[in-house]
Structures are given as structure tokens and as C-alpha cells.
Design a protein around this ligand. Structure first.
Ligand SMILES: *[C@@H]1O[C@H](CO)[C@@H](O)[C@H](O)[C@H]1NC(C)=O
Ligand SMILES: *[C@@H]1O[C@H](CO)[C@@H](O)[C@H](O)[C@H]1NC(C)=O
Length: 392
């Protein structure tokens, strides 16, 4: 039995081994390798120099880009542009605008506040993300993003999206803080901006940037509504803020007894923003605030923390105002994306935020001013609505 079987088994083994060697050979020869592994060799994430830090002139500039609504690139049409503009308008106009903003403002950091991609309009979320975030990646600028309510409508879940975004070149986004469990959503994290290189506070965060996932849609008592910042997120944020305050105690050079200032970034507005319609605001209030029917007490939590001076939101594309609620500024970015809805004749826009350090006896100390302005996507990239949000 064994003897007579031997030649057949041997033949089989030989064929099998030949098949493996041929496969390995083909895998290493260039045409197939390109087919299987893409043009490049294995791509390792490119990271910016970290930590984020204030420049030697004591400033730190953030570009907020809200609601790009990126679809599929050149084939994705613009919404709400003049009939004469419609024929030559696509997602590439959004890309062009973000590139111009980066060129003109030279920000230190770019914050994308959700609806970065419009899931419904792309068959491949990864492809859309690569195109949407190309400008800061090409400029080698650190950037971070949180999700809106449309990002997950394509081929990735919210968790997958944040995981993917955190691995993109120059991204410093995080899914959630490492080691923290039970925080609702994906994209809750904190980034510190350190003091000027070479200064006494070079290894200290002098400005904290809090990113929060405000969710997408929810059904409450049988009715559809938008997401909101959940209690578990607020608890995490409050304990983080307390921890940062405790660390601050030994910084003797801060110009204030207050905590280190913080800025918050999330997509869906808190309900109280509706009240601003009857108060003073800077910018335009042109559409109803599309917030959740649930108020989880985010404003109250922010106020009790004391460190958040301003929050930057998106979601309502043709609102671009800043208004103050209980001492905290809430500022819309204004829609930046051409595939998102807008208002014909009202240019797409983006917000710039600048924090400035105080200088005392030739030493840079803590933040003493936070300013903001907006840029329009017109010929001159017009600068409008310049204001001081916070000053010591
Ligand atoms: C979109 O970009 C094209 C090509 O650069 C340009 O001709 C067109 O005016 C832009 N449209 C808008 C609405 O900015
Ligand atoms: C900050 O950290 C770096 C690297 O650990 C160190 O060389 C430097 O002396 C520190 N600066 C201050 C002001 O503590």
C-alpha cells in the first residue's frame, strides 16, 4: 500500500510546492505586487512634530473647517451655487478652498468639526477621507477631526472612521483616550498646546483642546432627533478638567489664578444656542438651530468646569455667528464644503482661532487673549467678523 501510493503523493507534493514557489515568485515580481499591495511599499503613518506648541512669537493659530461634506471628488456636484457656477463646480472646489486657507493663514493646526465626508455620496469612505483631508496632509500640518452625523453613512462605522482618521498622515485625532472605558461615542480626546520652545513653560500645556463626539441621530420617545453629548462624556471631561487644574498648581508663572484655558470642538450645537437669537451675536443667524431634543446639561457642565472659554461647532451651514452663553462663547464655523447645502450667493467660509501668550519680564507666560475671525471663499479670501473671545 505504502509503496504503490508513494509516487502519486510525491507528484502531488511536487505540484503543490511548484505552485507555492510560482506564487511567491509572482508576488515579488513587480506587476503583481503593484496589483496586490498598491504603488508604495507598506505605508507607515507620517506624524507631525509633537507636542503642539505656541510659536516663538507667542501665538497659536487654529483653522476650523466645518462641514466639508466631501463626496467622490471631481464627479461630486456642488449644491447651492449660482446657476452659472454649477457646471464647473465639484468637491475639488472644497479642496481648493481649504488649500487657499492654509496658504493664507499658515495655521499651526487644523480642526475639522464633523460632516467631513457625506457618506451618502461616496461608495468608499476611505477614498473620500483621503481626498477630504488631503490639504493638511500635503502641507504636513497637524490636524484632528471629530465626526458629524453624516460621516458614517458610507462604508465605515463611526468607530472605524475614527480609527482610520487617527491613522492618517499628520493626524493627531484619537478614537478615545487610551485606558478610558465607558465613554460614549468615538472621538473624545484632549490635545494640549505647550509653551514656546526654550521657554520655562515649554513642557507645559498652556491651552487645552477638547474634542467631543456629539453623535448622529437618535430616537427618543419614538421621535427622531439629533445626537447629543452624553453624561459619560461630560463626566470624563469634568474629571479631565479637574486633573488638569491639579497639575496647574505648581505653575507659578501663570498670569492668573484661573485654570489653563480650554477650547471645545464638536459638531451638533447645544440646545441653548437657540436663545442667542434674541441676544447679541457676531455673524449671521440664518437658520434654525438643528440640535437634539435632549438637553444633557453640556452647557452647565462646561460652566462648572470653568476652563472652557469657547466652543466651536458646525452642523448648521448657514449660521456662522459667535454668541456668549453664561460666559462661554459658542461659535459656528460656517459651512466650508460645496457639496453640503449652503446659500446661493453667500460664500462658503471657515473660521480661524488664535490664542496669544502674555509676555512678562521677557518670559512667555500663560494665554491672555483668544481671538477669532472668518475667511470667505471669494477672490480676496475676505477676512470678516474679527473679534476677541476672551481676554484676561
Ligand atoms: C470651482 O472651481 C472651478 C475651477 O477652478 C472654478 O472655475 C469655479 O469658479 C469654482 N466655483 C466656485 C463656485 O467657486
Ligand atoms: C523640557 O523637556 C526637555 C526634554 O525632556 C528638556 O530638555 C528641557 O530642559 C525641558 N525644559 C524645561 C523648561 O523644563
Amino acid at each position: 500500500m505504502i509503496e504503490s501510493d508513494f509516487p502519486a503523493t510525491w507528484k502531488q507534493s511536487f505540484l503543490y510546492l511548484s505552485f507555492i514557489f510560482t506564487s511567491l515568485y509572482l508576488l515579488h515580481s513587480s506587476p503583481l505586487q503593484k496589483l496586490l499591495l498598491g504603488q508604495d511599499k507598506v505605508h507607515i503613518k507620517r506624524s507631525p512634530d509633537l507636542p503642539l506648541r505656541f510659536r516663538s512669537d507667542g501665538s497659536f493659530k487654529i483653522l476650523q473647517v466645518a462641514d466639508m461634506h466631501y463626496g467622490n471628488g471631481a464627479v461630486t456636484r456642488c449644491r447651492d451655487v449660482l446657476p452659472s457656477e454649477f457646471g464647473f463646480c465639484s468637491d475639488l472646489n472644497t479642496t481648493h478652498f481649504v488649500k487657499r486657507l492654509i496658504e493664507a493663514e499658515r495655521p499651526d493646526f487644523v480642526a475639522f468639526t464633523g460632516d467631513n465626508i457625506f457618506g451618502d455620496s461616496t461608495p468608499d469612505a476611505a477614498e473620500s477621507l483621503f481626498e477630504a483631508f488631503a490639504p493638511p496632509m500635503e502641507s504636513k500640518l497637524p490636524w484632528a477631526a471629530i465626526l458629524g452625523n453624516h460621516d458614517q453613512e458610507s462604508t465605515m462605522t463611526r468607530e472605524e472612521l475614527m480609527g482610520f482618521i487617527s491613522l492618517m498622515d499628520y493626524s493627531i485625532s484619537q478614537v478615545n483616550p487610551p485606558g478610558e472605558k465607558g465613554i460614549h461615542g468615538f472621538g473624545n480626546y484632549d490635545l494640549g498646546v505647550h509653551g514656546v520652545l526654550g521657554s520655562r513653560l515649554a513642557n507645559r500645556s498652556l491651552l487645552n483642546l477638547f474634542f467631543l463626539d456629539s453623535g448622529d441621530r437618535e430616537v427618543v420617545d419614538g421621535r427622531r432627533t439629533y445626537g447629543w453629548i452624553k453624561e459619560s462624556q461630560l463626566q470624563w471631561l469634568q474629571s479631565l478638567s479637574q486633573k488638569l487644574k491639579d497639575q496647574r498648581v505648581d505653575i507659578d508663572q501663570m498670569p492668573t489664578s484661573n485654570s489653563i484655558p480650554a477650547l471645545a470642538f464638536f459638531h451638533i450645537p447645544v440646545p441653548e444656542i437657540r436663545e442667542l437669537y434674541y441676544r447679541n451675536f457676531v455673524g449671521q443667524f440664518q437658520e434654525a438651530v438643528a440640535c437634539s431634543s435632549v438637553n444633557s446639561g453640556a452647557l452647565g457642565a462646561f460652566v462648572s468646569m470653568g476652563d472652557i472659554k469657547a466652543a466651536f461647532i458646525g452642523h448648521d451651514h448657514v449660521n456662522d455667528f459667535c454668541g456668549n452663553l453664561n460666559g462661554i462663547w459658542f461659535c459656528y464655523g460656517g459651512g466650508s464644503g460645496y457639496h453640503g447645502y449652503g446659500k446661493v450667493g453667500w460664500p462658503r467660509r471657515a473660521r480661524v482661532i488664535q490664542a496669544e501668550l502674555e509676555q512678562k519680564d521677557g518670559e512667555w507666560i500663560g494665554v491672555n487673549r483668544i481671538r477669532t475671525w472668518k475667511r470667505l471663499d471669494d477672490k480676496k479670501l475676505s477676512l470678516i467678523d474679527k473679534q476677541v473671545l476672551w481676554e484676561l
